[in-house]
Design a protein around this ligand. Structure first.
Ligand code: TXA
Ligand code: MG
Length: 332
């Protein structure tokens, strides 16, 4: 199959709409990362997404809808906290987990009685979702366990020959996946941290919890358990510059070594390929995945150093960094 990459315009939107309506899969931009989209009502399309990504069959998908979509078609009932969060943050990088009507394909939620719904703010994504006017399930458009894509080129690198069309909507500005938040109860529970922060959600709803999986308990969001976002080179994550330097000094000659650290810490490293994550949490989120993808091309070993800052958007950045890189001096 030939994979075409097309800038978003009336023609490419019409082509993507036709592919989605006939059960096909397309790459599409969002403000967080690129997605691999298919019709949420169509069993075959949903199964195709799992197959093409190599995604574990128990990791549920997010349904993406346009701003005006009537949610009552796919969710069973609304809750006061969901209403507040929609008003405050949508469209935007926040996915809400609702009680499901069970009307979308049974393969979307993998046996859970909930449905994750996202209303992306990206203009191109909105244009496509309005044109098709059906919920489009879209996991991040990377091969399972690989680094998420923030450009059409990243999607092409993982799926060339496997999907017919990738809509190119420029670089994803957010850079890490949406915050996933369960709104089925009275208090919102964050299942995956992201650009809409726990602090922001708590301000709107009065309170906000973070989900932590306890051994033996049924998992609320299976994606949280998987190793994720990993570059294909060897990786080593440190909390301190000193720990990273000691490890660097112990490496044999001839190895291509990269160091990934924030703008303050990166200056401490010489004679390595330097990947500057940036100075603010937002900058770090926006750059992280593109740098991990560059590092896997350029390095045999990537040594990463955690930024010191905690809380807010940094929760999401640290979550992704820790899942991408094998930790050498911290336990989690
Ligand atoms: O920003 C994003 O959310 C991107 C773009 C493309 O929209 N999509 C994305 O999808 O990150 P994916 O499939 O890579 O991650 C979906 C996450 C997984 O952690 C999954 O376990 C969780 O959402 N999830 C999906 N449905 C759920 C449900 N019903 N209950 C709990 N967690 C759910
Ligand atoms: Mg993903």
């Amino acid at each position: 199959m030939q994979t075409n990459v097309k800038k978003i315009d009336a023609d490419s939107l019409a082509e993507a709409t036709a592919i989605l309506r006939s059960g096909g899969v397309v790459g599409l931009p969002t403000e967080t990362v690129y997605g691999l989209g298919g019709n949420a009502f169509d069993d075959t399309a949903v199964q195709k997404i799992f197959a093409v990504k190599g995604r574990p069959a128990d990791n549920p998908l997010i349904a993406h809808v346009h701003v005006g979509y009537d949610l009552s078609k796919i969710i069973d009932y609304d809750t006061p906290i969901a209403q507040k969060l929609r008003k405050a943050f949508l469209p935007g990088p926040l996915t809400l987990v609702y009680p499901s009507t069970g009307k979308v394909s049974k393969f979307v939620s993998c046996g859970l009685n909930t449905l994750a719904v996202r209303v992306p703010s990206h203009e191109g994504a909105q244009a496509l979702l309005s044109a098709v006017d059906i919920p489009i399930v879209a996991p991040s458009a990377n091969l399972s366990k690989h680094v998420s894509p923030t450009s059409a080129k990243h999607v092409y690198d993982d799926f060339n020959g496997k999907i017919p069309l990738i809509l190119d909507g420029g670089e994803s500005q957010g850079g890490i996946e949406s915050t996933v938040c369960d709104v089925t109860g009275e208090v919102p529970v964050i299942l995956r941290p992201g650009l809409i922060t726990k602090e922001q959600i708590a301000e709107v709803c009065g309170d906000c919890l973070s989900y932590e999986h306890k051994a033996g308990e049924q998992v609320k969001s299976p994606g949280v358990l998987y190793k994720h976002y990993s570059p294909r080179c060897e990786t080593a994550l440190f909390t301190s510059v000193d720990g990273a330097k000691e490890y660097l000094d112990s490496q044999p000659q001839g190895k291509r070594i990269g160091v990934l650290a924030d703008s303050k810490k990166i200056d401490a490293f010489e004679d390595v390929i330097r990947y500057d994550l940036g100075a603010t949490p937002e900058e770090m989120a926006a750059r992280l995945y593109a740098l991990l993808r560059r590092a896997e091309e350029e390095c045999d070993l990537l040594i990463a150093v955690e930024p010191t800052e905690k809380g807010g958007v940094m929760d999401g950045v640290l979550n992704r960094l820790r899942k991408a890189c094998t930790s050498k001096d911290i336990l989690h």
